[in-house]
Design a protein around this ligand. Sequence first.
Ligand code: GLU
Length: 354
Amino acid sequence: MKRFISLTVLVIVAVLAAGVFEARAAKPKIMILATGGTIAGAQAKPGEAGYTSGTFSVANLIAAVPLLEDLAQVSGEQIANIGSQDMNNAVWLKLAKRINQLLATPEVDGIVVTHGTDTMEETAYFLHLVVNSNKPVVVVGSMRPATAMSADGPLNLYNAVAVAADPEARGRGVFVVMDDKIFSGRAATKTDTTAVETFQPMNRGVQGAAYFGKNRWFPPPGQKHTTKSEFRVDKAETLPRVDIVYSYVNAPRDMVDALVAAGAKGIVLAGVGDGNTTDAVLAALTEAAKNGVVVVRSSRVGHGLVRRNIEVDDDKLGFVAAEELNPSKARVLTLLSLMHTKDPKVVQQYFYEY
Ligand code: GLU
C-alpha cells in the first residue's frame, strides 16, 4: 500500500513537472537586442534631470522586469550601448544583419530592440524596410532613465515583449511600442523633447494598444515592408550618403552646395509648408538634381503630405515628393532607394509604395 502511494505521488509529480516544462517550452522565444538609450540610462543622483544614456547592460534591463518570464523565454544580446543621437550606419547594418540571422532560425520567434528615442523613428523605419521576416520586431525605449522616479522603461519593455510574443503581430512590419501604444515603425515619430507621450503616428493612426501585456490590434498598414520589401542590406558594407537640408526665411544655397561637394548622393529638403524653399535653395537643388543627386522634397512641419507639382514643378525639375514621410524617414527611404537607382521617377514610385 505504502509503495502504491509513493508510486502515485511520483507519477503526479512527474506529470506536473512535465506540464510546467511544456508551458515553459511553449512560450515564445524572444531575443532582446540592446543598443543603449535612456531606457539603459542612469542619473548621477536620483531626482536629477541630467543622466547618461546607455549605462546599463541588456542583462540589467531583463533582470529589472522579472515578469517578462510570464510572457516569453527571454534572452539578450548587446549590439551597442550608445545614445541614439550617435546611431550610425555601422550599427544599423550590424543590427539589421543580426535580426535577419536570428529570425531565420526556429530558435527565435520575435525580437525586441532597445533604443534611444531621439532617432528611434529612423531605425524603426529602416528595419521595417530591410528585415526579411514575418516574425515581429519591436523597437522600444523610454523617456525617463532607469533610475528615475516613475521610470517608464520597465512597462515599455514588458509591453514590447508582449507584442513581440503575440502571433497577431506577425506580418505587420516593424513596430515601435511606447507609452501603451503600438505604432508602425513607418509612422512613429517623436513629437516632444521630454514628455512620456512623445511618440505619435505621423499622418496615421496607431496599430494597436498595449495594455499591461495584453494587446488590441487595429487594421494593418497597407504599404510594403519586411518580406515584401525589395530593400536588402545583408551583404552591404556601407550605405549611400543622404543628407537633410532645413529651410527657413532667407535660407541661402550654401548648405546644398557644400553637401553636393562633400559627396551626397541624395538630399532631402525639410522644406517650409508643403515642401517649399527659397529661390536660392531651389536653384541649388535643381542643379544638384541635374547632376544626378536624388532630391526629395519633404516638410519641416511634421504633419501632412508633400505631393508632386503643387507649388514646385517636380516634373520639370526632376524632384521627388516625399508624400507621407517626414524628413528623417524620407532620408531612410532615399538611401535605400539609392542602392537600386538614381532615377527620380523610380524613387517617386518607392515613395508611393513604401
Ligand atoms: N539622447 C537619448 C537617446 O536617444 C535620449 C532619448 C531617449 O532615449 O529617450 O538615446
